[in-house]
Design a protein around this ligand. Structure first.
Ligand code: NAD
Length: 468
């Protein structure tokens, strides 16, 4: 039996006490602290993505109808690029960082010294089942931790494949995958991990945080929300339409940072709708259901949920659904009231409502009236409008004149704010998320000034006031 299918506890009643104590023992042994070990594991992640690309593409096709090119850019190439970035920066990130020591600390030196946290748990969501587990894992490895990954049961083919591949490529003494569903996640959350990275919806985010609180385990929560997209009349509307359609209809809209809805005025809407029609046809042809580039909704529950949202406005484009194929056409809605169902929840599907906002102030007021989004977008050439947007809209990540492309910049931290999440990872920020940044001071022996020691005389007091 391979490592990957070891059962902890019984099938009905999983128990991960032994898993955690085994991993803790390995961590304490110091194995994962060695930079050579970390480098080797990161290289193995890159190799796994390259050598098993075909198997990964098949799994993603089976779970989400994802096209190989989309799987490449957003999953396998993303994960291998991210692991390579961690590997190349390992020396720099793990180095002690000297900080200034004031006169009262002289003679002395001060620095920040990163140290690994221990054993970390990564719980992933189904929409990017490879990226959302393995990118976090690479950051945790770079920081020198043992890792337990729990991919989402809603992407069963990817979850089963990761359960097979990770022990094949990586050190299975230190890195484990649990292929399971809610009972397994619930049992994992009973254990005192040293950090938990959770990606998914806010309601389970609350369950994760409550469970972590019992052990004072710190959490990074990568949640979702309605990411708005403002389009001002001066934008290059054809490129705007193409970029928004790409962000909204890739992975059939099942992207946490997809533009959820457009905020624009009536005249711009009238110009934008035909342009959206044109670019959707260019991307997916006359019948997107026949296109190899267009995905499917992950399961029947989400298909029903997203299909129901189509009634929230006038169907300007698309609107066709096919339950047997879990297909929902790229759909654009106009005349959408702000209190309609599609505006009450994160859409997470290929339905794009256009909501009227007569000017930038209206659009910003609309966004500020809701939860802080994971991402927010604006399309305009007007620098002062761009600045007004960036200064007045609080969101996890923002992009001006494009959507989602901040994901291509490894050194930009990725994470939400308020209801869209807490903490961040990616690049150096990921390394720091899984590290304790230990503050260290080292003193010289001489001189050992008497001024700080009792008895506290008037003279010493005066001197301290002078040098503070
Ligand atoms: P999901 O159903 O796959 O759940 C996520 C994880 O939570 C899974 O591993 C699952 O096993 C676990 N889980 C589910 N129910 C549980 C329970 N009762 N107790 C313990 N664990 C449980 O994913 P989802 O929630 O449908 O994900 C979609 C949401 O995730 C959207 O809101 C989306 O915006 C968000 N998301 C955020 C990011 C990000 O990086 N911020 C990325 C992708 C998705």
């Amino acid at each position: 039996m391979s490592e990957s299918v070891i059962q902890y506890g019984s099938v009905a009643n999983p128990d991960y006490t032994a898993l955690l104590s085994d991993l803790t023992a390995v961590f304490v042994s110091g194995k994962t602290r060695s930079l050579a070990w970390r480098r080797m594991q990161l290289e193995a992640v890159e190799r796994m993505m390259n050598e098993r690309e075909g198997d990964l593409f098949d799994a993603l096709q089976s779970d989400l109808g994802k096209s190989p090119m989309e799987s490449f850019t957003t999953e396998t190439a993303y994960v291998s690029g991210d692991a390579a970035h961690c590997r190349k920066n390992l020396n720099r990130w793990t180095r002690k960082r000297r900080v200034f020591t004031p006169i009262v600390g002289q003679p002395g030196k001060s620095w920040v010294q990163p140290e690994p946290l221990g054993v970390v748990l990564i719980i992933g969501a189904w929409n990017y089942p490879v990226q959302l587990t393995l990118a976090g894992m690479s950051a945790a490895i770079a920081a020198g931790n043992c890792v337990v990954i729990k991919p989402s049961e809603l992407a069963p083919a990817a979850s089963a494949l990761l359960t097979q591949l990770v022990p094949e490529y990586l050190d299975s003494d230190c890195i484990k995958v649990i292929d399971g569903a809610v009972p397994e996640t619930t049992a994992l959350l009973e254990q005192p991990f040293d950090h938990i990275l959770y990606t998914g919806g806010g309601s389970v985010g609350r369950i994760v945080m409550a469970a972590a609180a019992k052990h004072l385990t710190p959490v990074t929560l990568e949640l979702g929300g309605k990411s708005p997209c403002i389009v001002l009349p001066d934008a290059n509307l054809e490129t705007t339409a193409r970029r928004i359609a790409w962000g909204k209809f890739s992975n059939a809209g099942q992207i946490c940072i997809a533009p959820d809805h457009i905020l624009t005025d009536a005249d711009t809407e009238a110009l934008l709708v035909p342009l959206l029609e044109k670019v959707i046809r260019e991307m997916f042809g006359d019948d997107p259901q026949q296109s190899d580039s267009y995905g499917r909704i992950v399961n029947d529950r989400h298909f029903e949920r997203v299909s129901r949202l189509i009634d929230s406005g006038h169907i300007a484009l698309g609107g066709q659904v096919d339950a047997a194929d879990r297909y929902i056409a790229p759909t654009v809605l106009t005349d959408v009231a702000t209190d309609s169902p599609v505006m009450q929840e994160e859409i997470f599907g290929p339905v794009l409502p256009i909501v009227r906002a007569e000017n930038l102030e209206d659009a910003i007021a609309h966004i500020r009236g809701g939860d802080k989004p994971l991402a927010a977008y604006i399309f305009t050439n007007d620098k002062s409008a761009q600045n007004q947007f960036l200064e007045n809209v609080s969101c996890g990540n923002a992009c001006v004149n494009d959507v989602m492309m901040f994901m291509a910049v490894h050194e930009l931290p990725f994470g939400g704010v308020g209801q869209s999440g807490m903490g961040a990872y990616s690049g150096r920020r990921g390394f720091e998320t899984f590290s304790h940044m230990k503050a260290v001071m080292k003193r010289g022996w001489w001189p050992d000034l008497a001024v700080r020691y009792a008895p506290y005389t008037e003279k010493k007091f005066k001197f301290l006031r002078k040098i503070r």
